[in-house]
Design a protein around this ligand. Sequence first.
Ligand code: NAD
Ligand code: 6OH
Length: 492
Amino acid sequence: MNNNVPHAGAVLKNYVGGEFISSNTLFNNINPVDGSVINQVAEADKHIVDLAVQSAKKALAGPWGKMSLDERCVLLHKVADGIEGRFDEFVAAEMADTGKSFFQARTIDIPRGAANFRAFADMVKAQSTECFHTDTPDGKGALNYAVNKPLGVVAVIAPWNLPLLLLTWKLAPAMAAGNVVIAKPSEETPATATLLAEVMHEAGIPHGVYNLVHGFGHQSAGEFLTQHKDVDAVTFTGESSTGSAIQKATADGVKSLSFELGGKNAALVFEDCDFDEAVNTTARSVFTNGGQVCLCTERVYVHRSIFDKFVEALKQKAQAIKIGWPLDEDTDMGPVISHKHRDKVLSYYQSAINEGATVITGGGIPKFDDGRDQGAFVEPTIFTGLSENAKIVKQEVFGPVCHITPFDTEEEAIALANDTHYGLAATVLTDNLKRAHRVAGQMHVGIVWVNAWYLRDLRTPFGGMKLSGVGREGGVHSLNFYSEPTNICIKL
Ligand code: NAD
Ligand code: 6OH
């Protein structure tokens, strides 16, 4: 299974100041498809994290801080070239760590890793700064203009669901804006961040600009980073509760924070939708990546006049999902990330059943009669019949599951969709243009898709309201977060 996986059987090291370094503590990196050990990972202790921070500071004061914007952008394009040049290795590493399908890794995760570097290298060159002419009593005036400076040492803490995509989504703008970075990938998915260190090295990124520390959150590399006095900013994607812990840990140091957190996203399916398209889009939004995308739909609200027909059609889609080995061309869905996460997803399935849900399909573990029975698979699952207060309707599951509720009026649908502590994304399915604008404008979320899902333009604002995040990234929002403007006022 792991034969073509880069560094299979070896130790994945930290990358600090341009050197790959091991540590005294190793942990196993597990393939969730069959529970096998892919390789071991060197956990960074406090000393290694401190070395990374000091190397980063040195690079900022040295070659990276002195480099012209043009030179920096050329290097970022070289990093994108490097990812593309080692494309198959990145795909194999991401598939082994996550169990995601070959199709998804090669069409979404890894291409976006390269695209993030290209996009922000181009966007930073097009960035302008503010300029104001100011009247003064002597009539001669003053000129105000802002210059952008990097924040400094930026800790980038990433989750396991889209490992390279989400790490580079933050690394690329941070580096484009001139910062030095310390990447902390999830302990579940250390491989592509390590390959990226090799690419950075080969591309000629000056030593200390990109540092990589492996480990966990609590009392490990994650906390050592957020508590480090010389880390100037923390940019984090992950669970809302972890965001809260990081907010507490960074409070004394008053660091800049950007958080992309969890979601409990709704899809609103109106009676005037293109029915087949609405079913296809909803199936994609519920089951892509085994439901392990923060933007996935977990609550579906369907107009009562088409409810039964829609539930039946989505059931057919769920039952047609091919679950299996990542390398099989026809595999649609792999396992969830780990046995621990599978237990969590299954406990939500059980709570739905205990609360009286109707199981439309799924609800358990698929049986294969081969090595996959040792993996972390769960069935794509659809429930109906629960009240809006049921646990599975309120809390983020992060698995291939949704609950479907009927509604009668547009007002009711909007109220149901907004009745959540989260506020990341919503999907509106209707062919009525006025309704599309009216409903989309009333969603309390950062992103609304109308007749689409996960259609991304990297220039657009991206982020969440309420428990789903703090701030926005994407386009100028990213560049602004990763920069500090200094205003210069010149008396004329
Ligand atoms: P997680 O919060 O458990 O872990 C994310 C990262 O934080 C990991 O690298 C982990 O090691 C680290 N970490 C954990 N505790 C820490 C601490 N106390 N201090 C510092 N670092 C710590 O999240 P996960 O389980 O890896 O990812 C799934 C979650 O991420 C879901 O809730 C999902 O909705 C969310 N997510 C959100 C977005 C978004 O853009 N809004 C994108 C992807 C995932
Ligand atoms: C959450 O799991 C997915 C987030 C996606 C992005 O941040 C992106 O830029 O596509």
